[in-house]
Design a protein around this ligand. Sequence first.
Ligand code: ADP
Length: 743
Amino acid sequence: MYSTVISYILFGMSCITFYLFMHMMKPENRKQWENFYMGMVLLSSSIWSFCYSMLFAQSNIEAARIWRSIGQYGVFAFLSLVIVLASHWTNISAAFKRFMYLFSIVLGIPLAVLTGDEQSATFFVKNGSMYYKLTSGFWNNLYSIYCVAICVFLYILVWSMIKQGKRKKERAMGKKLLMCVNITGIGMIFDTIMPQFGYLAFPGSTLGQFFGAVLLYSTVLFYNKSQLTIENMSEFIYSYVKEPLLVYDNSKKLCIVNETGKSFFDLPEQFEDMTLEKLFDAQNKEFYSVDKKTEIETICRNNGAYCNVSTVPILDEYKESIGFLVLVNNLSEKMQMIHELEQERKRADAANEAKSKILAQISHEIRTPINAVLGLDEMILRECESSEIRRYAEDIGKAGKTLLNLVNEILDFSKIESGKMEIVEKEYNVLEMVRDIRNVLMSKAERKGLAFQIELEEGLPYELYGDEMRVKQIITNLINNAIKYTEKGSVCLYIKAGERMEDKMQLVIQVKDTGIGIKEEDKGRLFQAFNRVNEEKNHNIEGTGLGLSIVRQLAELMHGSTRVESEFGKGSMFETVVEQKVMSEKTIHGKNAILDWEKGQLEKKVVKEHFTAEGARILVVDDTAINITVVKALLKRIKVHVDTATSGKECIEKATRTSYHIIFLDHMMPEMDGIETLEALRKESSNASEKAVVIVLTANAIVGSREMFLEKGFDDYMSKPIDGQLLENIVEKYLPRELIHYE
Ligand code: ADP
């Protein structure tokens, strides 16, 4: 009876540990090293329990002895594996670990064989139950010592975990392991130590090892929790994610919500029926899709927050949906920020526009007096005999032009800034453009003692379509800089054909100099407006720091770019690429292409004669007296009759009375401006100047204004400051032929 009960109990234990062993051996579990070892410990425990259950179920002594000898293998495997597993969790020295492994395994194998033989135990049957006693002898004594040593090792490991463990987790595991060693140790007393003193063996260690193994199993599960696993991660994400997270099943029942979600939606205790349609204002919006992720932006009904709601189907191992995971991203703050930034940008744009307007206004105002200075200066140059005064006048002219240049740069810059710079495209001749640049800049370079060279690539198109004036401005700016920042050596202009795309091409402009060069660290800010670099060297070179910024922006307007290569102290190379249309397949050839072209032009040209037009009547209208004086003076040479008016009203009075051939009409005038005056003039029925050509004079040099004036009814347009030659040309163009006399 006694042995039957024990046999059943042990058998039950064996089944339990075998079941746990199977669980640990599942593919997803055994991947982890500790789980695999725990599985082996459970298997040894199961063999141990099973063999001892069989032992007590026998009535045959021989059969019982055989079961015990098999069971001993389970015993020793169990003890050695527990040592390996427990030492894995501690930081105890590697040498000691090795000693423990050697001791438990090397001594465990012969002990497993020899403690299971006939001499080690005496079996007998009493009242139908199987009993056994251990026979004292060398191997059994060694067996007892072995068991005690294993217990001591385990205590050392436990001590090391509890006392030296760096993490709380390790110390907690140490405590669990302590329980497991205590139980196994106590159990051992009954069948390992007591039988040594002649007591009958009670399978205490088999019972103890079972509880020990189960405790160890729970320790491993506890250990697994601290490992990075899908379960741990999901739990962590679930509780710590800062955004609301909801999980619905297929029938749209809300099953799981994290804490953030509960407070965000202010959910009641019973939240199962809170579908997404109830949580969000989402008419006609399809939140759930069983086969794909959906993303919807909508408003939360509870707090009015603007949210991005993304729903992902949760799939089972057959890839079928079992529910939905919903992540809610509250975008309200971001939207608010975007809104504020947008407001900020609008304010900045408005401020920038105001600045550009003021700049344009100021430069416009400055151009008017410069107009007077340059015009009157030209009169002095034309009329004055004294060479000394002419020299002064030349200097005034130079200073005036520099000032005009500066104002033009500011005006250009403000136009680009406010997006008002227009690219006006027309056909132009490349050689003529380069010739003009050479004429203006060659003498400037030579006056400074610099060699000036122009190289046009063989095969460059002869005629292009683009904004010649702006291309010229880019090249002039770059060459002017090269001359300004070079003391000796040379300045070279190279024009090459870059990439060709159908009827378009990249015109590559390179300006090289042997000047002061640019430091590496300065290159980045060269192209920023109002930025001048290397100021200690350049302080006496005049400039605004706007030139390169304008070059870059003009190039960008023409779908191109600008870059610089430079070595400080040795020289620089600025390259600008602009996109231009190719007008004809005719190309430029030969080193002297410009000279050849000029020769050809000279042959064609009828030398322009000076003319006079004594019978012509011209009316000049401007509210600024000095401007009238300038125009009058510039027209003196061609001997026309000039009348003047200082307001729109006076203009109409005079024009209706006298028949004028040409009327020069200023745009900006108080009371009636140029456009209003023209309209009134055209309406006047008794108008003696009905056939007069009306030309607007304006300091408004913004591109596009010419077209605007022509549309308003003006016959032509002249911008201030007025160029004497251009003025004569325009008069020649519009006067009746019979009034013009060539000398
Ligand atoms: P700035 O009116 O001062 O010449 P830019 O915008 O044309 O203004 O040029 C900006 C700065 O770049 C200049 O102040 C000068 O220091 C530097 N720089 C421009 N071109 C050259 C060059 N060819 N060699 C050396 N430095 C140059």
